[in-house]
Design a binder for this molecule. Structure first.
Ligand code: HEM
Length: 183
């Protein structure tokens, strides 16, 4: 696993992504904006941005060996030219979730909710990167980022719907669904 990569998602008048929709799913939303830019690395301050969310990649917490191998065999990287659609879904989990032990969280996430098994059905059409924000004192615990081609947009909706029906989502107390596109 490479060193953590710090990433900022800056909303404002400029940026490589057009913001098509900002929809609060659970709890409070975030401000609407025209554009969004993704910046990787140390200089996470975005001049002119109205609103910025920050996170960092990390090591896996829950996926086991066979799951990591299955993911590695199927997943594709970000920035594919065909992937002109994206979703940024910031998520915060409840205090009850964070009070659980690691093995209890794993049991909810995979044995009961099949998060990784469900997700694997949508690779390689959807490319993803998980950012952790909780340790940075940010308003969300995770910034989940997905890129896909228009022909996978319908499948992506099904994926999101399936995950939101799981036991794991009972522990989500804030979720915003931001959809973006680029030419
Ligand atoms: C975590 C896979 C889609 C939200 C994870 C992890 C894996 C994974 C392997 C665990 C990482 C670890 O071991 O720490 C996938 C795959 C997907 C997918 C293959 C298919 C594209 C989604 C979607 C959402 C989402 C659509 C949001 C709607 C999350 C969140 C976490 C997570 C919030 C962090 C959970 C936590 O640490 O408590 N995902 N996922 N995932 N995923 Fe997904």
């Amino acid at each position: 696993m490479p060193r953590p990569l710090h990433v900022s998602f800056a909303f404002g008048p400029s940026g490589e992504w057009r913001v098509d929709d900002v929809r609060p799913v659970i709890g409070e939303g975030i401000p609407k904006a025209e554009r969004m830019s993704v910046t990787e690395g140390d200089s996470m301050l975005q001049a002119g941005a109205a609103f910025t969310l920050r996170g960092a990649t990390s090591n896996a917490r829950y996926a086991g060996r066979s799951e990591l191998d299955a993911l590695a065999a199927r997943q594709e990287g970000l920035s594919r030219p065909s992937a002109t659609r994206a979703a940024l879904i910031p998520i915060r989990k409840t205090e009850a979730w964070w009070a659980l032990a690691q093995d209890e969280r794993r049991a909810i996430m995979e044995e009961r909710s099949r998060h990784i098994a469900i997700g694997l059905d949508y690779l390689p059409g959807v490319a993803r990167r998980l950012h952790h924000s909780r340790e940075l004192g940010e308003p969300f615990d995770f910034l989940t980022w997905f890129e896909y081609a228009p022909e996978h947009a319908e499948a992506f909706e099904t994926l999101v719907r399936r995950l939101r029906e799981t036991d794991e989502w009972a522990y989500v107390d804030r979720e915003v669904d931001v959809r973006l596109s680029r030419d």
